[in-house]
Write a protein that binds this ligand. Structure first.
Ligand SMILES: Nc1ncnc2c1ncn2[C@@H]1O[C@H](COP(=O)(O)OP(=O)(O)O)[C@@H](O)[C@H]1O
Ligand SMILES: [Mg+2]
Length: 551
């Protein structure tokens, strides 16, 4: 059957030439296969024994990572269903900040199992319904087994931060970095009734090559990757009164676009004098407001720099917008967009502003801010690749800490919760009618993919491990999981591998959602590319669709 109907021998063209359409079983198969390929591509990166990936972009830049989201971000994925799986990684990262690899692996496995069911003539709608029920039951199980965390002790925060970094290039330094991450997040956490609120963005992360990861430090304040704009300015100011400007301290070129007739040397002199006066006027306004530090998002004219330097004022130019916002929050300064409006009440405060040499560069430290809830983690490391991966790892650690601070519950890792959910689901399946039962069982088996993958990556026999795990969960050992470093099934709470419940819940939600969305599709219509030149008359061979499959 063609998607373009024949009407009395005249073809009715519905789709543009070159469009591609696949339907029903073919569409499903194509989508599932594409999604499985994506899941396959991140499998070997899961867990502490997972491998890293070396990704080379079209400019030849190299990234080395084992971070699921980063791997998928750097891959130039074309297939629409594969793209949906990449979206899963993004959703997981945005919602929970960790667990991206797991979410993609489980989504891929849910689709793999669904395909087996479809082959047994079970309709996708039944599978989707079964998966939905299974997901609800799984989430309920997580809530039931979760360990409540008392935030007064930081033990679980630190352990969860360490778990999130155990699978990264920086694993060797996980304890040191976890300490920094916990301190940073607690510094910016705000009490909100009985709970706490904390924003990962309140922790600024800067990186500078040189030294080693162990020289990474936590600064109570804001560090700008900027140097003081002119060498004549002071390098250090105590009791800083800070002006934040989102306006340039230059004379806009456009003001001179008008035609100026200069008839004598006097006029040139007067003209230059006038320009100088305007620039001095800018500096005077800042001086008048009482600022001794100026941080400007735009440029600063050399003349203005000179006037500011003479008054002993530190100036920084071309600060990032995101930094300006952080500075405003930390120092209590108002960002000024029109210099004429500047008032002393707009200025922010910090106990110290100082330029320091870090590696080969200079950075500016703004410490002892008015609102102490501003910290910076300054990452050091031998190479740019190392600091970049450290940054991604610290991001995961910060997210994991946030997750627990906001929902103080953890589960142990090493596939223990996945196996526990699977075990509960298998029993639950028995209570359901035939076809749904199969879908719920399939969901349980998909969760076991985490145990299989962790064992495979650790060079263990997944069949042995899985059967041991199943029987120990059957016997009520909720936290039996694989300790991959020793290669044994153990009580993961004793090993101290903990993860936020938020991450595990989000994995279930994102994976189920993506799998269902892909299963619901039974028709893929891809528009043909627009052809640049119009078809010559009679050029199209009978309005055919040469690339179409036969339906
Ligand atoms: N020492 C350990 N032994 C076994 N599993 C571990 C250990 N440390 C972490 N894991 C597990 O590794 C998985 C996370 O691996 P990771 O590569 O970070 O993937 P994701 O992107 O899903 O977070 C989790 O299931 C976690 O429980
Ligand atoms: Mg992780």
């Amino acid at each position: 059957m063609s998607s373009n109907a024949q009407s009395g021998g005249v073809p009715v063209l519905v789709l543009r030439e070159g469009s591609n359409r696949s339907r029903g079983r073919d569409a499903q198969h194509g989508n599932i296969t594409a999604a499985k390929v994506i899941a396959e591509s991140v499998r070997s990166a899961l867990g502490p024994k997972g491998m890293d990936k070396m990704l080379v972009d079209s400019f030849g830049d190299v990234t080395i990572t084992s971070d699921g989201r980063t791997i998928l971000d750097e891959m130039d994925v074309q297939h629409p269903a594969a793209k949906m799986l990449v979206e899963v990684a993004k959703a997981q990262d945005n919602e929970a900040g960790d667990g991206t690899t797991s979410a993609v692996i489980i989504a891929g496995e849910l689709l793999n199992k669904a395909e087996e069911l479809i082959d047994k003539s079970i309709h996708p709608t039944i599978i989707i319904d079964g998966y939905k029920k299974a997901a609800e039951k799984a989430l309920e199980t997580l809530e039931k087994i979760a360990i409540p965390v008392d935030l007064k002790t930081h033990e679980y925060l630190k352990k969860a931060a360490m778990t999130s970094m155990a699978s990264k290039l920086v694993a060797e330094y996980k304890e040191y970095l976890a300490d920094i991450a916990v301190k940073a997040m607690l510094e910016v956490a705000e009490k909100d009734g009985n709970t706490y609120k904390v924003d990962v963005d309140d922790v600024k992360v800067e990186k500078k090559n040189g030294e080693s990861i162990r020289d990474t430090s936590l600064i109570k304040g804001i560090v700008l990757d900027k140097e003081v704009v002119q060498s004549g300015m002071p390098k250090r100011i105590e009791k800083a009164k800070i002006a934040l400007l989102d306006t340039s301290l230059e004379i806009e070129k456009t003001e001179f676009d008008a035609k100026i007739n200069i008839e004598s040397p006097d006029q040139i002199g007067a003209f230059l004098k006038q320009e100088e006066n305007m620039l001095k006027g800018m500096a005077d306004k800042i001086v008048g407001a009482g600022a001794n530090v100026v941080i400007c998002q735009k440029g600063i004219d050399e003349m203005v720099q000179h006037f500011l330097a003479r008054k002993g004022i530190i100036a920084i130019r071309r600060a990032k917008k995101s930094d300006m916002e952080k500075l405003a929050k930390a120092t209590g300064a108002k960002i000024i967009t029109k210099l004429d409006d500047i008032k002393s009440s707009d200025l922010g405060y910090a106990a110290l502003v100082e330029e320091r040499k870090i590696g080969d560069d200079k950075m500016t430290f703004i410490e002892g801010c008015k609102h102490p809830r501003a910290v910076t983690i300054l990452i050091r490391g031998g190479t740019q690749r190392m600091t970049a991966e450290a940054e991604r790892s610290i991001h995961d650690a910060l997210c994991v800490i946030r997750d627990i601070v906001e929902e103080p519950k953890v589960v142990a890792g090493g596939s223990a919760p996945e196996l526990e959910m699977a075990s509960v689901l298998k029993k639950y399946a028995e209570t359901l009618p035939g076809r749904e039962q199969l879908a719920v069982k399939a969901f349980a088996e998909a969760l076991e993919a985490i145990a299989i993958t962790l064992s495979e990556n650790a060079g263990l026999d997944p069949i042995d491990i899985l059967s041991e795990l199943r029987s120990r969960h059957e016997k009520g050992e909720t936290w039996a999981g694989i300790e991959v470093l020793e290669g044994k099934v153990q009580d993961m709470t004793k090993v101290g591998v903990f993860e936020p419940i938020t991450v595990k819940k989000q994995i279930i939600k994102s994976a189920t959602e993506a799998a269902s969305m892909i299963l619901k599709i039974d028709d893929v219509i891809a528009a043909g590319k627009m052809k640049a030149p119009p078809m010559p008359p009679g050029g199209a061979p009978g309005g055919g669709y040469p690339e179409m499959g036969d339906y």
